[in-house]
Design a binder for this molecule. Structure first.
Ligand code: GLV
Ligand code: MN
Ligand code: MN
Length: 426
């Protein structure tokens, strides 16, 4: 399903409507729609440092140029556009990401970047001037779809991952991050923390489609984030022995698929027991012959829980099940944590200011937690951050079926503009 573009109040006015609010920027949204979309699935495949990514980068720089914003790419591949002011006080930054999961929806990430530029349009149309620099950012590799570590751009920026560890990450084809960056014209030796840039930011506000349907249940178009569940990814490698599917007796097999399958079921049971979430969404069987017992199974566990002790118990239980079942089937298993984000409690003052700014404009925005990860969650460890969520009626995300109604995207845009006015224009 193709994501329906939010409508443009600036385009065709309803008959008889006097001065309709010029708000959601349809051309800006539309100009992003075809980039990286798979024609078969209608899902997005915008992976870092690929052709689709390069087209997204061009789109970002064009959007910045159209608004006379100073734009650059930082040492880590994150894109920035600045509405500079003569006062060099610390900046307010808004944005999100443009990369996607495999066959992702059109809203997860891009909605926040489009709304960031469109909110600047709104402030300008209202004759408002920021009293501190106002930035738009698009973080690289937020989904970790190519190199495995979610929020890689914000982790590098804030020093949560070392440059060496990041450079050594590889994609499924064995291409390292260093090689991919170099091929995209960036210097992989320059990556790493940028404390000066981080220190120059007073607050970060990310608008995002909700990745659940809580707002729909509350009848609210827009919400404000309270917290993010702690979460992470673990890689499990089951190594057995390749053999013939038609001649190897069951008793003689060392089939890595069996402990893998048992681990998937154990993860489901453990998640239910801990009121948590555990998902195996990616698995690679090697060498992958239909008539052979495979030599190895590589699988990725995504685990999330309301608190870190529940998360630790959940993961220990899953790994324990993997080890027990591997032993039973004569298979080796090794496990490695690939990324981890501790619990995030968003800055209370910033959150209250956001809620207050929305309430002052008659926008009731409930405060709610989420299980989804975001760059705002990584940045929260270094600077005050806040998030706005836009209603997702089905709650579906990380899927081509992800959808937000145009009126709700517009409500999100209006909300973001209100929060930016409060933070950057006063
Ligand atoms: C990002 O969308 C995540 O929560 O994995
Ligand atoms: Mn996502
Ligand atoms: Mn996202």
């Amino acid at each position: 399903m193709t994501p329906a573009p939010p409508h443009d109040h600036g385009g065709s006015a309803a008959p008889g409507a006097a001065n309709p609010p010029r708000s959601w920027s349809l051309p800006l949204w539309q100009s992003l729609q075809s980039i990286g979309r798979d024609p078969q699935t209608s899902g997005y495949r915008r992976y870092s440092f690929t052709e689709a990514d390069s087209a997204c980068r061009d789109w970002f720089f064009k959007a910045a140029a159209q608004r006379n914003l100073r734009a650059d790419c930082d040492r880590n591949g994150n894109l920035w556009a600045w509405w500079d002011v003569s006062d060099n006080s610390r900046a307010i930054v808004t944005g999100s990401h443009l990369d996607s999961v495999p066959d992702g929806g059109g809203f997860d990430g891009p909605l926040g970047v489009v709304c960031a530029f469109a909110a600047i349009d709104l402030l300008k149309e209202r004759g408002l001037m920021p009293v501190r620099p106002l930035g738009v950012v698009a973080f690289i590799e937020e989904e970790g779809a190519r190199f495995g570590v979610a929020c890689l751009g914000s982790r590098l920026l804030t020093g949560v991952i070392t440059p060496d560890a990041a450079r050594a990450l590889t994609d499924s084809g064995g291409v390292s991050l260093a090689a991919a960056m170099a091929a995209a014209g960036l210097d992989p030796q320059a990556i790493g923390p940028d404390p000066e840039l981080v220190a120059s930011i007073a607050g970060y506000v990310e608008l995002h489609i909700e990745q659940g349907s809580a707002l729909d249940g509350m009848g609210a178009a827009v919400g404000v984030a309270e917290s993010i569940w702690p979460h992470g990814r673990w890689r499990l490698d089951f190594t057995g022995r390749a053999d013939h599917a038609g001649t190897t007796r069951l008793a003689d097999r060392r089939d890595p698929m069996l402990p893998y399958a048992a681990t998937v079921l154990a993860a489901r049971a453990a998640a239910a027991a801990h009121q948590s979430l555990a998902t195996f969404g990616k698995v690679v069987a090697e060498p992958g012959g239909a008539n052979a017992i495979c030599a190895a199974v590589h699988a990725w566990l995504d685990a999330r829980a309301p608190d870190e002790s529940s998360l630790n118990r959940l993961v220990s239980r899953v790994i324990g099940a993997a080890q027990g079942s591997a032993t039973e089937h004569g298979v080796q298993v090794s496990t490695r944590r690939e990324s981890f984000t501790p619990v995030v409690d968003f800055d209370r003052d910033l959150r209250d200011r956001a809620v207050g700014a929305l309430a002052a404009r008659g926008l009731a925005a409930p405060v709610l937690p989420t299980g989804a990860g975001h760059d705002a969650g990584v940045l929260a460890a270094r600077l005050p951050t806040a998030m706005l969520f836009v209603r997702n009626p089905s709650g579906v995300s990380h899927s081509p079926a992800e959808h937000a109604e145009p009126a709700d995207c517009e409500a999100g845009l209006q909300a973001l503009a209100a929060v930016l006015e409060e933070l950057a224009c006063r």
